[in-house]
Ligand binder design. Structure first.
Ligand code: FES
Length: 108
């Protein structure tokens, strides 16, 4: 059995350069991921609505949710769960890590 090689963490940027409300796109293992700073916390979600193929980057963020700009589905930042139609499937989430003033994303 071969050992699975873990994906390296991906640097998002310096914490000081990622202000409240900022959204940053990074690529983790070939997948586009949006990193959102909301209420001081960093959240990372696959940058792709589960309703249709549309990026979440740039969607409005409020009350711990990001809204898909295409048809208005809302996803919970912390869990990726679809909270409003027309999306029903959750969006994949990633782990965020702040270390030495730098923000990183890595697969869960
Ligand atoms: S593509 Fe996101 S709600 Fe339709």
């Amino acid at each position: 059995m071969s050992e699975q090689v873990g994906v390296e963490r991906v640097r998002v940027g310096a914490e000081a350069e990622l202000p409240e409300g900022s959204q940053t796109e990074v690529t983790v293992d070939g997948v586009s991921v949006v990193v959102v700073r909301s209420e001081g916390q960093f959240y990372a979600l696959r940058n792709n609505c589960t309703h249709k193929d549309f990026p979440l980057l740039g969607g409005e963020v409020s009350m711990g949710r990001i809204t898909c700009a295409k048809h208005g589905a809302k996803f919970e930042l912390a869990t990726g769960k679809a909270k409003t139609l027309p999306a029903v499937k959750p969006v994949k989430i990633y782990r965020t890590l702040v270390e030495g003033g730098e923000v990183y994303v890595l697969p869960l």
